[in-house]
Design a protein around this ligand. Structure first.
Ligand code: CA
Length: 221
């Protein structure tokens, strides 16, 4: 797996990075939220291993910010804070799991495997919006049972909007969804792709929220 350790403690960071590399993972290491933010711009990680006590922006605040910005990959908190309310806060803020220091590398590895299984299951789930179906496993989109031919970036944009159905996605959040597809993002890229999606799909599907971003509305139950 591709892992990003966000940990300011030198000894722990080094020990963890080397143990996880030894276990076959690709490991990045940031020593603050600001450093992590720089790495996240260029790299995709499967799991962030987040320490809460960080210099500068606190781990919990950073976690909330990531989730508010639409970051959807797994986040596992590694911390010395072991009070029940700390765990509850961490999970409520959007962490997928929580491990209290000191922990064994075996337990961490087992938690990582469990996270991977859970998220693979979720990632493979079809996104259904009325007659529109997006299948992440086959990367196919169908509208009224007819295949719709989308570019990889159009697919990624539509997937991000459908995943966050009912929520307005800012241009920055949508750009983030495209980071995995390489190349620099031109300032008007999102608009161009949205324009293409509207031509290929129901033109009313994606709403523009002026000055904020784009939205696919939930279909009322
Ligand atoms: Ca720390």
């Amino acid at each position: 797996m591709r892992l990003l350790i966000i940990e300011d403690d030198l000894d722990l960071g080094e020990t963890l990075a080397s143990a996880l590399r030894h276990a076959g993972h690709q490991v990045g290491w940031a020593r603050s939220a600001a450093d992590a933010q720089v790495l996240l711009r260029d790299e995709i990680y499967d799991v962030l291993l987040l320490d809460l006590g960080l210099p500068g922006e606190d781990g919990l605040d950073y976690l909330r910010r990531l989730r508010n910005e639409g970051y959807i990959e797994a986040i596992l908190i590694l911390t010395a804070r072991d009070a029940v309310e700390d765990r509850v806060q961490g999970l409520d803020a959007g962490a997928d799991d929580y491990l209290v220091k000191p922990f064994s590398i075996e337990e961490l590895s087992a938690r990582l495997r469990a996270l991977q299984r859970r998220r693979q299951g979720r990632r493979q789930e079809q996104l259904v919006h009325g007659p529109l179906i997006l299948d992440p496993a086959s990367m196919q989109v169908t509208q009224d049972n007819r295949p719709v031919d989308l570019s990889r970036r159009e697919f990624a944009l539509l997937q991000a909007l459908l995943t966050h159905c009912g929520r307005v996605m800012s241009r920055a959040q949508l750009e983030e969804a495209l980071y995995g597809w390489g190349q620099d993002i031109e300032s008007n890229t999102i608009e161009v792709h949205i324009h293409h999606l509207r031509r290929k799909l129901d033109p009313k599907l994606i709403r523009t929220i002026r000055g904020v971003g784009y939205l696919i509305e939930r279909i009322p139950a």
